[in-house]
Ligand binder design. Sequence first.
Ligand code: NAD
Length: 261
Amino acid sequence: ILEGQAALITGSTSGIGLGIARLYAEAGAKVMLNGFGKPEEIAKARAEIGALMGGGECPYSPADMSKPAEVRAMVAAAESAFGRLDILVNNAGIQFVSAVQDFPDEKWDAIIAINMSSNFHAIKAAMPGMLARKYGRIINVASAHGLVASPYKSAYVAAKHGVVGMTKSIALEIAESPITCNAICPGFVRTPLAEAQVKPLAEKHGVSEEVALKDHLLAKQPSKRWVEVEEVARMALYLVGPGSGGVNGAALSIDGGWLAA
Ligand code: NAD
């Protein structure tokens, strides 16, 4: 369903971004990857997605999402690699958990830059081409924490609420065009970013990792199970597939019931 379309997915060397890249490539899109990681892991991801695209390594940008000039250069590189950019998925993100009085300033700055401002810089850079070609699909991977808060995540919750607000504002700007801009709001998804939070919780509460996962990390997720990467990727595929043009400015929850409680 994505034959002939070109997609750029930030933070796609791991987790949700890699899952979206996989599904988009399987659906026929040309995909550019971005993100950090060990060179061999990046090479593996490029080879895997490249094979799904019909052979060779897929294009990759090493751009650091905390640096606006690199974000702009990444969008330009995607446009020049593919001659177009139909789909932009802003997904790169980091987490840091701490009481506000101990929250390091540099962590605050990094989370705001990577999780929120990079979305603005990428959309700003991609929009002229989408407007000129009269088509575009923009997805911002926000979070349940873009809609509600949890303690000790002031920077993350601020950034993700910002992403949801930015999504709505940009959606209104382009509402009469054939471009859409939406946010996906996952609960806890089984990825390195979320799994890294289990061990510290187990240590803090003096319980096993299994108990820490169910009773503490997933305390607000009524399903009491991880959302899976492929489930989030399927929502991201829907938003760029046929029949999705009426969805604009939405913040779609995929959180095992979290926001319903
Ligand atoms: P992950 O750690 O598996 O992947 C994060 C990706 O972002 C990696 O490819 C990493 O290299 C990249 N990245 C980090 N800093 C970067 C930078 N400065 N420049 C470029 N790339 C950078 O995490 P994930 O769980 O797949 O998270 C993806 C997105 O989903 C994030 O925005 C996260 O906030 C969001 N999210 C995750 C969950 C969850 O439970 N896993 C829940 C809600 C929202």
